[in-house]
Design a protein around this ligand. Structure first.
Ligand code: MG
Length: 374
């Protein structure tokens, strides 16, 4: 009818929005979700947040904004091939990193350590909190009032304690059931995007080399094809031709294996999806090759001493900021002071998580560098 598979999420089988709103004119409910995410404040901040490289290190590296757009591109391709809800899948992809702290994983683990006595800090949960509570866009409600399935997809992981506090949305983590296919898909598209762009950024930065990548089968096999087809090709063209083939390999494998899994489990409806094991998956042939790639990136890029020096600094900045605000909440900007009257540590975590890399560095200077008052 609408061109979607029976197991796709659609407006008819959706659990809808928390606050009733009139149906949108000229677009679907899930298109409206995507549009709300694109217009949100947290989405714009992604431009100045990073995963591996700090934002000011170079103009050519990925930021969380370009990463999210790459995830959305891959997600849409697979969603369309599998007749899933492309608008929903795209919404989840664009929103998946909204709750990320400045300085990528280093910032997240530092903030989690600071928040340990106060319920911890999980970036997936913070992405959900951003679209449910923190965005101030609409007169009638806090957050963006997104469709249930969009919120379900944003909440990729969650601890059992936090899941229990979330009600219906947290149930699947306690019952170990699966989210919709669009959510499963955005999750793996995230991984395809960063595994590939981290190779590109890693090579560009000089922290890893083409020579080292000879040891990674999934890279060297695609590279050999490029060199056979274009003898003498080198530099950026060799890297890009190889990476585009790797992305293609992973995407096609994902589509094929997911189709096979859907058939094998006799999945016909959305309820079947929830009851089945995870259906969006790589083939058994590709999986170990991807694991090898991830191990390579962890050992050679994420744990490179220059990256570790940067993440160490980032952790110190986040820790210092938290301690200063926690020691004296009057140092917070007025709107966060008002929030801090309810739950001070959570208001501080919200403030820090919302910072971009450069804002966090500036705020650290304002609090700790002796200089003019500003
Ligand atoms: Mg991501």
């Amino acid at each position: 009818m609408n061109g979607l598979a029976g197991y796709a999420v659609c407006e008819l089988n959706s659990r809808g929005r928390r606050y009733d709103e009139p149906a949108p004119a000229g677009r679907s409910e899930f298109q409206r979700d995507r549009d709300r995410i694109v217009h949100s404040t947290a989405f714009r901040r992604l431009e100045y947040k990073t995963q591996v490289f700090v934002n000011h290190e170079g103009d050519l590296f990925r930021t969380r904004l370009t990463h999210s757009i790459e995830v959305a591109q891959i997600t849409r391709t697979v969603a369309r091939a599998l007749a899933l809800n492309e608008d929903l899948a795209e919404s989840i992809a664009l929103a998946h990193d909204l709750g990320h702290t400045p300085f990528g994983h280093a910032g997240q683990s530092a903030l989690n350590a600071c928040m340990r006595p106060y319920g911890g800090f999980e970036h997936n949960l913070q992405s959900l909190r951003t679209v449910e509570v923190l965005e101030e866009h609409y007169a009638r409600f806090d957050g963006l009032n997104l469709m249930y399935e969009t919120r379900e997809g944003i909440l990729k992981h969650c601890s059992p304690a936090n899941a229990a506090a979330l009600g219906v949305l947290g149930e699947r983590f306690l019952k170990h059931t699966q989210p919709c296919l669009e959510a499963q898909l955005a999750n793996l598209a995230d991984e395809i995007a960063y595994n590939n762009h981290d190779i590109d950024d890693g090579l560009r930065s000089g922290l890893i080399t083409l020579e080292q990548l000879r040891a990674v089968d999934v890279f060297s096999a695609e590279r050999a094809q490029v060199e056979a087809m274009y003898p003498g090709v080198s530099g950026r063209r060799l890297i890009h031709e190889t990476i585009r083939r790797m992305i293609n390999l992973m995407v096609l494998d994902l589509i094929e294996q997911t189709r096979t899994n859907i058939r094998a489990h006799g999945v016909i409806t959305l309820d079947d999806v929830h009851a089945a094991p995870q259906l969006v998956a790589y083939s058994e042939g590709l999986f170990p090759r991807l694991r090898e790639l991830k191990t390579f990136l962890r050992e050679n890029l994420y744990h490179h001493y220059q990256v570790l020096r940067m993440t160490d600094k980032a952790k110190r900045i986040v820790g210092d900021l938290f301690d200063a605000f926690h020691g004296d909440p009057r140092l917070l900007p007025p709107q966060y002071q008002a929030r801090a009257k309810g739950d001070t540590p959570r208001a501080i975590a919200d403030y820090i998580a919302g910072m971009t890399d450069r804002y966090a560095m500036r705020e650290h200077r304002r609090l700790f560098a002796v200089g003019e008052i500003h």
